[in-house]
Design a protein around this ligand. Structure first.
Ligand SMILES: NC(=O)c1ccc[n+]([C@@H]2O[C@H](COP(=O)([O-])OP(=O)(O)OC[C@H]3O[C@@H](n4cnc5c(N)ncnc54)[C@H](O)[C@@H]3O)[C@@H](O)[C@H]2O)c1
Length: 450
């Protein structure tokens, strides 16, 4: 009885809180096609193109890439769906500057190597375009400020395309957090724990696994991403974990990151992998990787909560973003997918299977759009992230994950590097909202519209 009464009361509270945002987001979407351009159509950019092609309210008018093979694959994808061939921008590293000036583009999606995100996003925003930028949005602290300052000067919105915020279990947990089922939140854990050691390579005929190359000789991400493991020691990819928990903790909207400390293990994983798969005499066996195999970062928040983030990409392990969301009433853990809520769980001190809760507390967005999301990558989340970008363009409103989120979430990388360099010293995290977090209200996924 007590359990049922609590859930009913909470469900009412949730409905009430869901009603408020319609005042903010009640703008009717414009009934004309959203015209998109894409910079970077490699593996990720092409996923986004595919999502755009599923929609009949979107036109793709231009694409930009410096790699002809990636362009060819994308053009055949677009033409395969019976759409017209977009204008191409492929004349070198800065041809995107010409594309962003086109007057037949409302929005630009950027899925290039990390170091290109900010130059491209700033150019797109200065040209008055809605800008969607892949994760992490920025590499340096200055770049986080550049995004914020450009938005504040131009009024052009910038969305960080953090698809994990839209994961179905995460959104159900967010729903439950907003219903106060966990009580006051105290601690969250998350991370990027994904074995990225192997490079798949192509000899012109077929793909092979077990590759140990990076840079010029590699393909896709390994052409640029592995070099970061040579040059940097910090949490290189924080936002898949941090974005979702930042939404639960209302970061930038009533709460704020205050400071962090980071600690790194020694680096062994990539070297061992190269020796095992390429031999001790492979030239890459001599490379000195700076990135510690496991980097652990702890963040303290203004309202008293802590966040622990783990970066673990160079060791053998199954994939997990390792979420844990814990409050005064109990906790949910992603590994094992179980939950314990005092007074609600069936037995004291005993986990319940989260599956029972998933269905009951499924987020309204998922309930409404689950079928459309089915074709999309990463279990449907890619549908939602692109949809949110497009819907915010149609409504001429700020995207639900905005430039302040892009700046603050991505800034964890350079700040964790600084902490490690200084012997795990606490490093203040800048307030990119310049005080507005105290009065800003949550905007993410408040209703079933977007
Ligand atoms: N959200 C997710 O789930 C997810 C998944 C994968 C990758 N990503 C992110 O997406 C981005 C791209 O990753 P990817 O795996 O597609 O890498 P990729 O190497 O396959 O694609 C990057 C593309 O950018 C192009 N490019 C590089 N410099 C350019 C320039 N100056 N002008 C135009 N094009 C340029 C490359 O030729 C390439 O085609 C990264 O930021 C990555 O972190 C996100």
């Amino acid at each position: 009885m007590q359990r049922r009464a609590f859930i009913q009361k909470s469900a009412l509270a949730s409905t009430a809180s869901l009603a408020i945002p319609n005042v903010i987001f009640g703008k009717k979407p414009e009934d004309k096609k959203v015209r998109l351009g894409f910079i970077g159509v490699g593996l990720r950019g092409r996923n986004h193109v595919e999502q755009a092609l599923f929609r009949d309210d979107v036109e793709i008018n231009a694409i930009c890439d410096i790699n002809q093979t990636e362009l060819d694959k994308t053009i055949s994808l677009i033409k395969g769906k019976g759409r017209k061939e977009p204008a191409l921008y492929k004349k070198g590293d800065r041809d995107f500057e010409n594309m962003v000036k086109r007057d037949d583009l409302d929005g630009i999606i950027i899925a290039t190597p990390w170091e290109w995100h900010v130059p491209m996003a700033v150019a797109a925003m200065k040209a008055g375009k809605y800008t969607g930028v892949e994760v992490s949005a920025t590499v340096t602290l200055q770049e986080s400020w550049d995004l914020v300052d450009t938005f504040e000067k131009t009024g052009s919105h910038c969305m960080i395309l953090e698809n994990v915020c839209y994961r179905r279990d995460i959104m159900a947990v967010l729903n439950m957090v907003r219903m106060n089922m966990f009580g006051d939140l105290l601690h969250t854990q998350c991370g990027y724990q994904h074995d990225l050691r192997e490079v798949k390579f192509n000899d012109g005929k077929k793909y092979y696994g077990g590759g140990v190359e990076f840079g010029e000789k590699a393909i896709s991400e390994a052409r640029w991403r592995t070099q970061h493991s040579v040059d940097r020691n910090g949490d290189l990819y924080p936002t898949h974990g941090l974005g979702p928990v930042a939404e639960m903790l209302n970061i930038n909207r009533g709460n704020q990151f205050l400071y962090l400390t980071s600690i790194a293990t020694k680096a062994m994983g990539l070297h061992n992998y190269i020796v095992k798969n390429g031999g001790e005499n492979h030239p890459n066996a001599k490379v000195n990787f700076k990135l510690g195999d496991i980097v652990t970062t702890n963040i303290k928040c203004a309202n008293g909560e802590t966040i622990m983030i783990s970066h673990d990409t160079n060791l053998p392990r199954p994939y997990s973003l390792g979420f844990r969301v814990q409050g005064t009433n109990g906790l949910w853990m992603n590994d094992g997918n179980h939950i314990y809520l005092e007074g609600i769980s069936k037995k004291p001190h005993t986990w319940d299977d989260f599956k029972e809760y998933q269905e009951k507390y499924d987020h309204p967005l998922w309930k409404k759009h689950a079928q459309s999301a089915e074709n999309a990558g990463h279990g449907g989340i890619d549908f939602f992230v692109i949809r949110a970008f497009i819907e915010s363009i149609k409504r001429k409103v700020a995207p639900p994950v905005d430039v302040y989120d892009a700046a603050a979430w991505s800034a964890i990388s350079p700040l964790s590097e600084e902490s490690i360099t200084k012997g795990s010293a606490p490093i203040p995290i800048p307030d990119f909202t310049r005080g507005k977090w105290k009065t800003n209200k949550p905007i993410f996924a408040l209703n079933d519209e977007y």
